[in-house]
Design a protein around this ligand. Structure first.
Ligand SMILES: NC(=O)c1ccc[n+]([C@@H]2O[C@H](COP(=O)([O-])OP(=O)(O)OC[C@H]3O[C@@H](n4cnc5c(N)ncnc54)[C@H](O)[C@@H]3O)[C@@H](O)[C@H]2O)c1
Length: 367
């Protein structure tokens, strides 16, 4: 019998619901039985990242497979370039052709792109059908599969079309991470570091103490880190599902990060951009006297240990970064909600930031 950790995320909002989270390693054989009570009579349409499907179809030996008679399998080309409304439309047409109706359910198997696209499709297909997330990247396991944010990109920016649509079940099998390329693992670590900085001092200490075993992706430390991140994110979204206030803490490092990603036309990867955003926010907090310099020292050391950048690449003017930030969703009513670390494990929402102050920090951090 596999060891599976299970906890619930209760979302009491206007349409109350619960997401069940399951975490373990090599737990595919338990999947069908676990999902049965959630799916009931529904036909499930399993939508896989085609890359993950190609790598894993031979290894799974029957598990993670639509072993229920009527279930169907579809593949999706998961890339940021394909995280578009056109991909949603194409999948919807395929679903229709296969006979999916309001009594169906969707299951997303893949990284954050697959989860966001399939989650969004589930929110609009026949005005909404239930969905299940099976995240296969570190980023998707520690962050994107939790909390119900779904969506696609527009030419003008990321995630500009979307919906909150909570998954019924989030099934995390750490075995998927065995085949995750080192570069993707490194990108996910930026979100892990962010999560610890927001609200988990013990996780931060753990990351510092277990660096080598995490690099080897050993089961125990990986399980510890994924579970800690999921629980922290679950705690935040339970308090503020629709990001009307407290959930903004999860944007630590993302305001500058998203601007850098966009200015680079997505040549800078999300994790790298978040790392630069974390360093910028922390340096800003230190310069404003809101955090001790030691916080910045520890952050830079941990980022460097994961080869995450701690300086901004040459070629981006601070003015361009500031301008790009102002089209961000976090720029509300002319005010920028900028999350700053106060200490490791604690952040604050700063709403009266002087942009010149941020500009000075960006200048100081640019190579
Ligand atoms: N919804 C949210 O709350 C939220 C939060 C953070 C990020 N996101 C979104 O997540 C997306 C990034 O997610 P991602 O980093 O997982 O990217 P991704 O889904 O593009 O996956 C990265 C790459 O890894 C491959 N891959 C996935 N699982 C694998 C495995 N087990 N083995 C081998 N290869 C595998 C994919 O095919 C892809 O090439 C972005 O679009 C971002 O906006 C959403």
């Amino acid at each position: 019998m596999c060891m599976i950790m299970n906890f619930a995320i209760d979302l009491p909002g206007s349409s109350p619901c619960t997401s069940q989270v399951f975490i373990g390693r090599n737990i595919g054989s338990e999947l069908s039985a676990t999902l049965a009570p959630y799916l009931g009579e529904r036909v499930a349409y399993w939508i896989w990242d085609e890359n993950v499907f190609r790598i894993w179809k031979g290894r799974l030996q029957g598990s993670f497979w639509p072993d229920r008679e009527n279930d169907r399998l579809l593949c999706f080309r998961a890339s940021e370039a394909n995280k578009r409304l056109s991909a949603v439309e194409k999948l919807a047409a395929e679903l229709l052709q296969l006979g999916a109706d309001r009594g169906s359910a969707l299951i997303a198997v893949g990284g954050g792109v697959t989860g966001d696209v399939v989650g969004f499709l589930a929110s609009v297909y026949m005005r909404g059908v239930p969905h299940i997330q099976v995240p296969t990247t570190l980023l998707a396991q520690v962050d994107s599969s939790i909390g119900g944010k779904t969506g696609v990109d527009l030419e003008q920016g990321k995630n500009l079309l979307g919906a909150f649509h909570q998954p019924q079940v989030i099934w995390m099998d750490l075995q998927f991470l065995e085949t995750l390329p080192p570069e993707e693992f490194r990108q996910g670590m930026a979100e892990v570091i962010k999560t610890a900085m927001i609200g988990d001092t013990a996780l931060w200490d753990y990351l510092e103490a277990h660096l080598e075993s995490l690099k080897l992706r050993e089961s125990e430390p990986l399980h510890h880190v994924v579970a800690a991140c999921c629980q922290l994110k679950a705690k935040v979204v339970q308090l503020d599902e629709k990001e009307t206030g407290y959930r903004r803490v999860l944007n630590l490092g993302h305001t500058v990060g998203h601007a850098l990603e966009r200015l680079s036309r997505y040549q800078i990867r999300h994790g790298d951009a978040v790392a630069m955003g974390l360093v910028t926010a922390t340096k800003l907090a230190v310069s404003m006297g809101k955090a001790e310099p030691e916080v910045l020292v520890r952050l830079e050391k941990l980022c460097r240990a994961w080869d995450l950048p701690v300086r901004l690449p040459a070629g981006f003017s601070p003015e361009a970064v500031l301008a790009a930030m102002q089209t961000d969703k976090k720029y509300i009513g002319g005010r920028l909600h900028f999350i700053l670390p106060v200490r490791i494990g604690e952040v604050m929402d700063n709403q009266d930031l002087r942009l010149e102050q941020l500009g000075e920090v960006l200048r100081a951090l640019t190579l």
